[in-house]
Each structure stands twice: as C-alpha cells, then as structure tokens.
Design a protein around this ligand. Structure first.
Ligand SMILES: [Zn+2]
Length: 421
C-alpha cells in the first residue's frame, strides 16, 4: 500500500511553508515581526509551517487563528515562479494563498507588534522580509481595482497591472485605480465610460475578473457572480491594440466628461422615477408587498423590474406584470387603465423634488473597490432615498431640470420612459 502523498513537501522534497495574502476592501495585510532578534521590525505575510499530513490551506487557517485570532477562507493563490511557489531557502519554498477574513478582527499583539493594511500603491512602503517582498508585490497587483467614479471623479492616474488582448484588434488595459465607470456584467444598466488613457482613446469600459493564473475574462465571458472572492475584480479599459501601454506604466486617465454627465443625469432621474412610481402606485396594492422602499412605499420598481437601461439624459425601464405580481397583490390592470393620470401625479412629484433640490451621492461604506456594495442616497422630501446602485449620479437633483415620465403597456407588463431637461 502506498502512503498518501505528503502535502507538506514539494515533489522534489522541499518543505512547504504557507503564507497569507489577506485581502480586505482592496488592501493587503502586512504584519511586523517581533522575533527572532535578526528579523525584529521587518514585515511579513503571516503564515507558518505545514504539519505532516495537513493540507496547505488547513495549515494556513490554523496559523492565522493562532497568530491573528481570525477565521479565514482560502479563496485562491498568488502563483510564484517555482512550480507555483516562491523561493524561501535551500530546503523550503513559500506557498502564498489569497484569503478573506470570515470572522474576527486581526489581533496585532498575539504574534506581532503591528499590522498594516496596504493599498495597491503601498505594498513597497514597508521593509518586508527578503522572501516576502516579491510575493507581496505580486499580491498587491492582484488587489481589486480602486474606483473613483462613485465620488464623481472623471480624472485620475493609474499604474498598469494587466494588458490582455481581446477580439477585434482591441486590448483590455487594467490599472490599479481608475475614475472610469465600467458596464456591470450582471446588471448592465449604465454603459461604460469612454475617454482617454494617456491620450489614447478608451473605446469602452467593461467589468473584468482575473483568475489565479492572471487570465482576464471580461463582461459576458465572466463565469462567476459579481464580487466572487476567488477573482480579482477590475475595470477593463478597452483600447485599440496598437495603443496598448506596458505593464508598470503610470497612465493619465480622463473620462469623457459630457458623456458621463449625461448618463449621471439619466441615472439620477431613473431612480427618482422609480421612487415616484412606488409612491403613486401604492394604492394599487391589496396585500403587504414583499419589499418597501426606504421611504416606506411598496417597492414596485424592485419587485417587478426586468430591464433598466440608462440613456443620455434619460432612462428606459421595463417591468413584468404577470400572474406572480397579481398574486403578490398588485393590480397592474387598474394601474394601466389610469396610467396617464398616474404619470401626471408622478410628474408633479418629480417637479416638486427637483425644484426643492436635494444632495445626491453614492455611499461606498468606505470600500474603494469596484465590487463594493454601494448605495445611492438622496434626501428627497418624505424620507430619504436609499437604493443599491453601481452607477454614477449628479451631485444635486436641482441641476437636472425637468424630469418627466411616461407609462406605457407592453407585452410583458409595462414600460417607463424617463426624460431629463
Ligand atoms: Zn442605480
């Protein structure tokens, strides 16, 4: 009988030491050593030795529980040059695994004297152990892209991390940080920004997901749900192949400002129209709805939405009003019979909101990454609007000018056409 393959040594007999690239909110954890004397004050990716018979990921989970008092999930690997591992010394190699914290807050005092969370441009700011320096830089390049569009930014600069060929003589360029808003692959409501990358035309911006091998899938090619921790979530700036920059280049990023503004106007108006729809159709519900909006009205928009398309200075939304909506208690036939009067009510509400003005902003919860859970907040009369949203918005709804909606029946239910200005 052959014994099971040992997991704590490589096929050529070198001992495997596991280390963690702990990622959270687009940052990488670094921990400062307190021993031995020769390494005091230097920084490491936390981890340790694999016990005989122990799986590498189980060893890392155990080590991080002991060293930092956190429960982690291993979500991937930072591949190195030695058959996927990184050089450590003559008799051992370092295997770097990507992990997310499931429970607990890292305790900096158990086995270290300080921990730091490093952003993508800070991974070279600490004095790493010699063996941890290269894998830490590689782990830093695998952090999710930081995005500045939620705050309304249209200018920025980025360090190029990936350049990947696409079909049709185009190339996808990934940077560590960008103001470009990409099309969402799961809910493609707002088109991706266009603009310039170091003076080269950015033809489109798409959501991208990098796997452990560094393979970039974009838009419809992505085969996992948005935010899956096993991937690195990035903005793919689509350029003509001849325009491709090189990995490591620092590039200026400039979004087409007028086009962005027209989509921000369309997006804010789309959400206001949804609130007005919820409010003016509340009387057509005969049962308690499954969801109410942040202002207390039945959330018809979220319950029945099928397609949402943000347009320049407008929006198109399609809703399904079939058997299940009727069962849920909404009388779509009665609403549609009165649709012109209801639209007039909604337009009066919208006019009053815009005339009064209200700050509109996107809350990121402090998470700068592309797949953070963001919400649109707007302090409209009768209670603030709080709606999950991945898009861009105007800063004050007073800037919109007239916002008008029209309701029309469709084969599946009804459609809402929103126009601004
Ligand atoms: Zn939205």
């Amino acid at each position: 009988m052959t014994p099971p393959a040992a997991t704590h040594v490589t096929p050529d007999g070198r001992r495997v030491v596991v280390a963690a690239a702990v990622e959270r909110g687009g940052r990488l954890l670094a921990a400062r050593r307190t021993r031995p004397e020769s390494l005091v004050g230097r920084w490491e990716l936390p981890g340790g030795k694999i016990e005989p018979g122990e799986e590498p990921s189980a060893a890392l989970v155990r080590e991080l529980r002991e060293e930092l008092a956190v429960d982690v999930e291993v979500v991937g690997r930072v591949p190195g040059p030695l058959g996927g591992d990184w050089p450590l010394d003559d008799s051992s190699v370092l295997r770097v695994l990507r992990v997310r914290i499931e429970r607990g807050e890292p305790d900096p005092a158990l086995a270290h004297d300080e921990i730091r969370w490093l952003g993508p441009r800070e991974t070279r700011d600490v004095d790493w152990l010699d063996a941890d320096s290269a894998p830490a830089a590689a782990a830093g390049a695998r952090l999710d892209t930081w995005v500045d569009f939620p705050a309304g930014a249209v200018e920025g600069s980025g360090v190029v991390t990936v350049v990947a060929p696409m079909a049709d003589d185009r190339v996808a360029v990934v940077v560590d940080r960008t103001p470009f808003h990409p099309l969402d692959h799961g809910w493609p409501d707002q088109p991706g920004d266009t603009g310039l990358l170091d003076g080269r035309p950015v033809l489109d911006s798409l959501t991208g997901a990098l796997d452990d091998e560094g393979r970039l899938l974009v838009d419809a090619e992505i085969d996992v749900r948005r935010g899956d921790p096993g991937r690195t979530w990035v903005v793919a700036h689509v350029l003509a192949t001849a325009d491709a920059p090189a990995v490591g280049d620092v590039v200026a990023l400039s979004v087409d400002r007028d086009r962005r503004t027209s989509f921000s106007r369309g997006h804010s108006a789309c959400h206001l129209a949804a609130l007005a729809l919820n409010e003016t159709t509340a009387r057509f519900w005969s049962k308690e709805p499954s969801r109410r909006d942040s202002r207390g009205f039945p959330f018809l928009d979220q319950i029945a939405i099928q397609v949402s398309r943000i347009e320049p200075d407008g929006a198109y939304d399609a809703y399904r009003a079939g058997k299940s909506l009727r069962k849920a208690g909404f009388d779509a036939a009665a609403f549609l019979a009165e649709r012109e009067a209801i639209a007039a009510e909604a337009n009066a509400l919208l006019a009053a909101w815009v005339a009064r003005g209200a700050v509109s902003r996107v809350d990121t919860g402090g998470d700068p990454t592309l797949t953070a859970r963001r919400t649109w907040f707007c302090d409209v009369p009768g209670g603030p609007a709080v709606i999950p949203c991945g898009g861009t918005h105007v800063a004050d709804i007073a800037s919109l000018g007239p916002v008008r909606v029209a309701y029309q029946p469709s084969d599946e239910g009804f459609e809402v056409l929103t126009s601004v200005g």
